[in-house]
Design a binder for this molecule. Structure first.
Ligand SMILES: C[S@@+](CC[C@H](N)C(=O)[O-])C[C@H]1O[C@@H](n2cnc3c(N)ncnc32)[C@H](O)[C@@H]1O
Length: 320
């Protein structure tokens, strides 16, 4: 079965069409600087690893001539509804951790550049039924790929005390995970909490500082775990090292410090340890960061789109 028939089949038979419930809306972040940094050849081959609402893809296509080509990926089936009618674009429903495999299948082994605008789209928070927002009265879900089994509810109800403490401490960076998880483990079999807002209310006695911020950190931790976000990012960076040709660009926009730290250390050549050491044992960089400081949205963009305020962009140039 060809890839396209498979994708159409998946789309046709998925039971809920989320976009029929709420319109997909997402404002692309750092649009001009990211695409300007990415394009080095108007007839080149590019990848948008996080298609979402298609804002960045549209702008990349605007920069390419008729010979240019764009491969876009998203693991959320609802993003496919934002398909752009353009013969230069191939849109693939997949986790970007399988990027190299899909591109090989499509006959592509080298690309001129890759853009990744990480995390979830505004639509994920706004579409109540996806369970990303602590204000939502729907199931604790948080899956970007609605076909996977692991949900936030499953994490909360089946993970061990040690695992939950690790997730909340490492991915949510909260400092009182131990007493919180101890109480949760004691109560979780007796209480029936399965919606986002009910879980947020249960968390109230543990909140320190601003409620919004604390809840956002706990929900972020669960979201990262449910979607395996950090492992996917590491895979994406490693595969970009093989795919992007010399002098090509890797542009990454991240939204929290955990992601940004991974990108920063990758550009510094700190990992992967085994594949970037030369014959003299000296560490070599696969990408060299082009911008000295991280690029962030200006005040005008933040005022227009408050969700852009945490964005940090790094641009790497392929060295070898
Ligand atoms: C911030 S949004 C991208 C928005 C897009 N740049 C635009 O202009 O509309 C991130 C998107 O990446 C997708 N995504 C996140 N992690 C992914 C992964 N590992 N593989 C594929 N898609 C992913 C999400 O489903 C979401 O649609």
């Amino acid at each position: 079965m060809s890839l396209w028939i498979l994708l159409l089949w998946q789309r046709k038979f998925l039971d809920i069409k989320m976009s029929e419930i709420k319109k997909y809306e997402h404002q692309p972040v750092l649009l001009t600087p990211s695409v300007d940094a990415l394009i080095t050849d108007k007839s080149g081959i590019y990848v948008d690893a996080t298609f979402g609402g298609g804002g960045h893809s549209k702008e990349i296509l605007n920069h390419l001539n008729d010979d240019g080509k764009l491969y876009a990926f998203d693991r959320d089936i609802d993003a496919l509804d934002n398909q752009i009618s353009d013969k230069r674009l191939v849109l693939v429903k997949s986790d970007f951790r399988y990027l190299k495999k899909y591109l090989r299948y499509l006959g592509v082994t080298k690309i001129n550049g890759l853009l990744a605008d990480l995390g979830v789209s505004s639509w994920h928070f706004d579409a109540d039924q996806r369970g990303f927002s602590f204000q939502s009265g729907t199931a604790l879900d948080m899956r970007m790929n609605v076909e996977q089994d692991l949900t936030a509810e499953l994490v909360l109800k089946s993970y061990s005390e040690t695992e939950l403490i690790k997730i909340l401490t490492e991915f949510g960076e909260i400092t009182n995970a131990k007493p919180l998880v101890a109480k949760w483990i004691k109560e979780r079999k007796m209480i029936n909490i399965n919606t986002c807002d009910a879980f947020a209310d249960w968390l109230d006695p543990f909140v320190y500082g601003k409620r919004q911020k604390y809840l956002a950190q706990v929900f972020q931790a669960l979201r990262i775990e449910v979607n395996g976000e950090l492992e996917s990012l590491k895979e994406l960076l490693i595969q970009s090292g093989d795919l992007v040709q010399a002098k090509g660009k890797l542009v990454v926009i991240s939204y929290h410090s955990l992601e940004d730290r991974i990108v920063k250390s990758y550009f510094k050549g700190e990992w992967p340890i085994d594949s970037n050491v030369d014959v003299f044992g000296k560490r070599k960089k696969i990408f060299k960061q082009v911008n000295k400081e991280v690029i962030v949205p200006d005040q005008k963009e933040i005022e227009f789109n408050s969700r852009s305020r945490s964005a940090k962009m790094r641009v790497g140039e392929k060295q070898i």
